[in-house]
Design a protein around this ligand. Structure first.
Ligand code: GDP
Ligand code: MN
Length: 374
């Protein structure tokens, strides 16, 4: 789960990582009083789940009160279009004290599955061009897996002793937070070194492990569903494992392994999956009807492939669920069904007798043929 910058900065503060003074504003009548609380110069920042806000007009530095009012009114309510997250409406802005930046550096911690641990990443050239630096001068980026003795090699960045010590302290605090709060990503870009010689986090990006939310109640409450894909939110409500993808074939499967195999089959037919959807082992016909509704409401979907291996989930339950869902919705796309396992004959009968248009296939190779023709 992602959280907003202002929420991440709250966590930073709790762990003793310095951040600028700020106030959050979510409505236009409050803008002026919020700016007056912070004073000028200040920075107006769109609070949306996206990076690269600076490049899309979502971060502006204001020197005077007039400028601050103008930028705040522009940014609050705007539709931010970024390279990272597409279109996002800005419902909240952070008004933050500006600092005198001497240098912007980069710091992050990531949960690195391939190395089976947490890695830290540091670069003396941070800011908005960090991706560019990674492409052109990867040797300038310091990265290392955190071992038992955590001695970050901050001195490699080439700063004075006083600055290096502050950077190292921040990295250690960030690491403590990362572990205690079950994070998968904690990024500070830029981490600013000020003209006065302080090191302060100007941006904060934090992702939390969804599977740990049950024991992270404070973070769990930071969830902002307006930032999430509405279909994923709906699926979450019904306990369905659903992830939106960018293909055109909606698929419904029981079991993650079967879901992966099904996506391969769709690829073999020259198409790609519009989603990953695992209805799970003991799904009721009601849950299946909900899953089917989600597939139908995805505008990218041009055809649906239901591939079920009936074990705990009986094929007749599944058949009832989808016929029920199809009766209440207008379905104007092909629905291909492959049933195998418990009660597959009864399931196929329910589908065939429903008077609705299903294409029941008997094998995966037949499914590939039909999918190819879509
Ligand atoms: P992002 O583009 O979404 O990553 O947003 P950031 O929070 O990183 O802001 C983008 C840029 O705005 C930073 O790289 C800074 O150059 C600038 N910025 C942010 N805060 C301040 C500030 O307090 N003072 C000044 N002068 N610039 C700032
Ligand atoms: Mn940033």
């Amino acid at each position: 789960m992602k959280i907003h910058e202002y929420q991440a900065k709250k966590l930073f503060k709790d762990y003793g990582i310095s951040v600028p003074e700020s106030v959050l504003c979510d409505n236009k009548p409050d803008i002026q009083s919020c700016i007056e609380k912070i004073g000028v110069p200040c920075v107006i920042k769109a609070q949306v789940h996206s990076g690269a806000r600076g490049k899309s007009g979502g971060v502006k530095v204001a020197k005077t009160l007039e400028e601050a009012l103008k930028y705040a009114n522009q940014i609050l309510g705007m539709t931010l279009v970024s390279s990272q997250a597409g279109e996002k409406v800005v419902n909240k802005i952070l008004i933050e004290q500006a600092v005198n930046i001497e240098k912007e550096i980069y710091m992050s911690l990531v949960f690195d599955r391939s190395k089976e641990g947490i890695s830290y990443i540091l670069a003396s050239q941070g800011g908005m061009e960090i991706e560019e630096l990674a492409k052109t001068n990867p040797e300038k980026i310091i990265s290392s897996l955190i071992g038992e003795e955590f001695n970050p090699e901050v001195n490699k960045l080439g700063f004075s002793y006083e600055i290096s010590e502050q950077i190292e302290n921040i990295l250690k605090k960030l690491y403590k937070m990362f572990v205690e709060r079950d994070l998968t990503l904690a990024e500070i870009n830029p981490l600013a070194i000020t003209k006065e010689g302080r090191v302060i986090a100007l941006d904060a990006k934090v992702n939390v492990d969804d599977n740990a939310l049950f024991r992270q109640s404070e973070i769990s409450e930071m969830r902002d569903i307006t930032e999430e894909n509405p279909l994923e939110t709906k699926a979450h409500e019904y306990n369905l494992n659903y992830i939106k993808l960018d293909g055109t074939i909606g698929c419904m499967v029981n079991g993650a392994g079967l879901a992966m195999a099904t996506m391969d089959i769709i690829k073999q037919a020259g198409k790609s999956a519009a989603n990953f959807l695992d209805v799970g082992g003991g799904a009721s016909s009601e849950k299946i009807a909900k899953a089917f509704e989600i597939l139908l409401s995805d505008k990218e979907v041009k055809g649906i492939f239901i591939n079920i291996f009936g074990g705990i989930l009986r094929c007749d339950f599944l058949a009832e669920g989808i016929t029920e869902a199809m009766k209440t919705q207008s379905v104007d796309m092909p629905v291909i069904v492959r049933l195998e396992g418990t009660n597959k004959v009864i399931g196929a009968e329910i589908l065939n007798k429903s008077g609705l248009k299903f294409k029941v296939v008997n094998s995966l190779s037949e499914a590939i043929e039909v999918l190819r023709g879509l």
